[in-house]
Design a protein around this ligand. Structure first.
Ligand SMILES: [Zn+2]
Length: 323
């Protein structure tokens, strides 16, 4: 059973918006593109593991995707947690490509890609730390103790995995995502004793889901060129900015494409970069809509709530506005 699904990360949505609306002549754009690329690859790796996990029989276990749990004034993150009656299992997914050389003696992962050698943090150690943080969390909440196991999934099929020192931990804990079905039985053989009832399992899941705090970066702390960010409604066909609103439709000034609802994406962009509310005046300026009554009509047609009187209304997105 899936106890918590994986959602499209707000962080990626924000980075997508920043990249889309970054002034094209600003050299820092590449920095954000690089970060977006890395975050998307990570998400893709997690989804790949989800795909293979979904194929195994998980009727007797609870699967929680994407947890970020506060602990001791910081947070720990778990990509995937399996709660079974005998043990808990953390799986961290990596979507690295290239040649991956595990050197556990010094907790290093070397990645070679296009003749460039890079050192990454040892994912086995990272996941082991997550296990100990999860243990602390469970103890703090007086939840039934259970052995906590951990694995590192390599999701990128292009990756070449190497374990030159034939380290047992590496071959035990690191695997290809497609192989997940065959990584679980050894843990059932190792932990034969049932520790949790169905209710205990649900209780652990409930505590973790309740404590989960998704990571939402604050664009205000990113030193963005707010005054020069690209404004206006983007054409869904040719991606040019600055569609014109006339007679109930947006028209692209570059390619002539017409759209009835291109302002919805533009308003999502606004909320993601500029903050959680918009006034009618800000809406008109950002969307380049002259008429206050047109702005009001467009604003009322979307999933928004508002505060204030007719004239000074401030609009806020409903929860499902970003779906
Ligand atoms: Zn266009």
């Amino acid at each position: 059973m899936i106890g918590k699904t994986r959602e499209y990360p707000k962080e990626i949505m924000i980075l997508e918006t920043i990249v889309r609306r970054f002034p094209p002549d600003d050299f820092r754009k590449a920095e954000f593109e690089k970060k977006l690329y890395r975050k998307r690859a990570g998400y893709k790796g997690e989804k790949t593991l989800d795909y293979f996990l979904a194929q195994i029989d998980h009727s007797e276990m609870l699967i929680l995707h994407d947890l970020r749990i506060p602990i001791n004034s910081t947070h720990f993150q778990i990509d995937t947690l399996l709660i079974t009656i005998n043990f808990l299992l953390i799986i961290d997914s990596k979507n690295y490509t290239g040649t991956l050389i595990f050197l556990p003696e010094f907790n290093q992962l070397i990645r070679i890609l296009n003749d460039i050698e890079e050192v990454f943090p040892d994912p086995i150690l990272q996941t082991k730390i997550q296990a100990s943080q999860l243990k602390t969390f469970l103890e703090k909440h007086h939840l039934t103790p259970s052995p906590i196991e951990y694995l590192v999934a390599i999701s990128n099929t292009q990756a070449l995995i190497k374990n030159p020192t034939n380290d047992k931990e590496v071959s035990y804990r690191v695997f290809r995502s497609s192989n997940v079905a065959f990584k679980l039985p050894p843990f059932y053989q190792k932990h034969t004793q049932p520790r949790l009832s169905k209710n205990d399992m649900k209780k652990i899941a409930r505590h973790l889901v309740k404590a989960h705090e998704p990571f939402v970066p604050d664009p205000k702390s990113m030193n963005l060129p707010f005054d020069n960010m690209v404004q206006g409604v983007q054409c869904p066909a040719c991606e040019a900015f600055g569609m014109d609103y006339h007679q109930g439709k947006w028209t692209c000034i570059s390619c002539g494409h017409k759209s009835a609802d291109a302002h919805i994406q533009a308003l999502r962009d606004y909320f993601l970069i500029y903050g959680p509310s918009i006034t009618s005046k800000q809406f008109r300026e950002f969307m380049n809509v002259g008429s206050p009554s047109t702005a009001k009509r467009l604003l009322s047609s979307m999933d928004l709530t508002f505060d204030g009187t007719t004239k000074g209304r401030t609009y806020f997105p409903e929860k499902n506005f970003f779906d």
